[in-house]
Design a protein around this ligand. Structure first.
Ligand SMILES: [Zn+2]
Length: 88
């Protein structure tokens, strides 16, 4: 049971493909290096964008917001944390 979670049967990820003919960019859940362009049927090659791994939506904005919140939260609760014996 646990092995199925840790070891997916195949590496399938969301990739960006750019058509070499019409420059149409599309996202596909595929591990292929080349696919057929859905727009013109031409050859679309995979773009190494790294967007899937960096998770831009979370990397941008969230850490700073979370950090600010954590700092404020910690400051507000400093006396409580001290009483509980948590270093801050
Ligand atoms: Zn195309």
């Amino acid at each position: 049971m646990k092995e199925n979670w840790n070891k997916p049967r195949k590496m399938t990820m969301l990739n960006d493909y750019k058509c070499s003919i019409c420059d149409y960019i599309e996202e596909q859940w595929s591990s292929e290096k080349e696919i057929d362009c859905t727009f013109c049927g031409g050859l679309s090659t995979r773009i190494i964008s790294g967007g899937f791994f960096s998770l831009p939506g979370i990397d941008q904005g969230f850490p700073t917001t979370a950090d600010k919140w954590a700092k404020r939260h910690r400051k507000a609760n400093r006396s409580n944390l001290k009483r509980l014996g948590i270093p801050c």
